[in-house]
Design a protein around this ligand. Structure first.
Ligand SMILES: Nc1ncnc2c1ncn2[C@@H]1O[C@H](COP(=O)(O)OP(=O)(O)OP(=O)(O)O)[C@@H](O)[C@H]1O
Ligand SMILES: [Mg+2]
Length: 387
């Protein structure tokens, strides 16, 4: 079997390449009883990495669960996803003699919920609290279990904006924490997402609900891994690429995240005529800037809500300056045409926006300068929004 050119959804099995060091590290931490928090930029390969870890842990006979919260925007949806995923993977206790009536009736309800639509009764606060408590008591803690929750912050930030949202967010975070605090639990968690859970919880004074999580990071591939991925893709499609052209491609991309390697390869294959030259790489690169592969970076800015417009202003400014800009100059540009009295609020907005763009991998900070992290993304932005 060999790797195939996959673009978009998380990659699994033979399509997953590299990350061996990070897998070893994460494995060690999970085996040591830690739960992990993986906040990393968009499209860096978080979900693929989480799924790979699940394969590893399944191989070691752990029970594994993957819950993608991008699929829901409501508390009820959240509970249904958890209940169904836990049922499928036998995380709930079974009815046993001596079990309280309350718990066994929740178990019956769980069975029904996993089979079809059943009311959850979340309207009354006490019913809601009882349901969460019962669900907590029904989780098995005596078997090695690995639970991945993908896009938790994305879900919570949508929930937070709804009626009674902040209360629900606090409730869910505390509930998840209480599940991790069970004495001698063998259940370990991985929370991943491109939007920082730390910033989010800190802003709501809920930092304590995740302070037991161990930070885990994922960045671009090492040079060797990046070259290995590109050559692996070439081999699978019978494409010939000499070492200098591999080097040239990786230099051109500069920020070697697997997604960029996959998309440039897909363009190179399209026009393949027996050998790949540096000119072919330049042509493929230009195509990427003018096609839709990178629109996700623009689309996801909607999640910045009130910060979307200033974020776009900053990215537009930076897309015409490959060397980057000093914070002060960005601020001056944002102030053009504004009342001078607004400088305080614009300055504060700029700090927020720069932090978010940095966390999400759009920009990088060098001393007082900010610049696009990826020249490919910068050239795309210029083509799309400036030219
Ligand atoms: N280890 C890998 N080997 C090969 N390709 C990969 C790998 N990791 C990621 N990719 C490529 O990157 C794409 C995105 O991967 P993935 O969905 O895991 O990223 P993500 O960080 O979860 O993205 P998002 O921020 O959109 O949730 C995949 O479709 C694939 O093209
Ligand atoms: Mg993902």
């Amino acid at each position: 079997m060999c790797i195939s050119n996959k673009i978009g959804p998380p990659v699994e099995g033979d399509d997953f390449f590299g990350r061996e060091k990070e897998i070893r590290q994460a494995n060690r931490l999970l085996d040591g009883g830690h739960s992990l928090l993986l906040s990393a930029p968009r499209r860096i390969g978080k979900s693929s990495f989480a799924k790979r870890l699940i394969d590893e842990k399944k191989g070691q006979n752990w029970k594994c669960v993957y819950i993608d919260l991008e699929e829901t925007t409501t508390e009820e949806g959240f509970l249904r996803l958890v209940i169904e995923a836990f049922s499928k993977n036998r995380i709930w206790k079974q009815v046993v003699e001596g079990m309280s009536k309350g718990l066994s009736s929740v178990l019956e309800k769980i069975d029904k919920i996993s089979l079809g639509p059943v009311e959850l009764n979340l309207a009354k606060n006490e019913d809601r609290e009882r349901l969460y408590k019962n669900l907590k008591d029904l989780v098995r803690h005596d078997e090695n279990t690995f639970i991945v929750v993908d896009e938790l912050t994305l879900f919570l930030s949508v929930l937070n904006k709804k009626e009674d949202g902040s209360e629900k967010v606090a409730f869910i975070l505390n509930w998840l924490r209480s599940l991790r605090q069970v004495s001698k639990t063998k259940v370990q968690w991985l929370f991943c997402g491109s939007v920082g859970l730390r910033n989010f919880t800190a802003a709501l004074n809920l930092g304590y609900t995740i302070n037991d999580l161990m930070e885990f990071s994922l960045d671009e591939l090492s040079r060797d891994e990046a070259a290995g991925l590109l050559l692996g893709l070439c081999k699978s499609e019978d494409v010939e690429m000499v070492d200098e052209v591999v080097e040239y491609t990786l230099n051109r991309l500069y920020w070697n995240i697997p997604y960029f390697i996959q998309i440039i390869f897909s363009k190179l294959v399209e026009d393949y005529d027996g050998k790949i030259t540096q000119e072919d790489v330049d042509i493929a690169y230009r195509k990427l800037c003018s096609e839709n592969f990178l629109t996700t970076w623009s689309e996801r800015l909607v999640e910045y809500r009130e910060y979307e417009v200033p974020a776009r202003q900053v990215l537009k400014l930076l897309s015409v300056r490959p060397a980057g800009m000093e914070r002060e100059s960005i601020l001056n540009s944002l102030m053009t045409g504004q009342e001078p009295t607004k400088v305080g609020i614009v300055d504060y907005t700029l700090s927020k926006v720069l932090e978010m763009l940095e966390n999400d991998g759009y920009i990088i900070r060098k001393d007082t300068f900010r610049a696009f992290r990826s020249p490919l993304l910068r050239d795309y932005w210029f083509d799309r929004f400036v030219q």
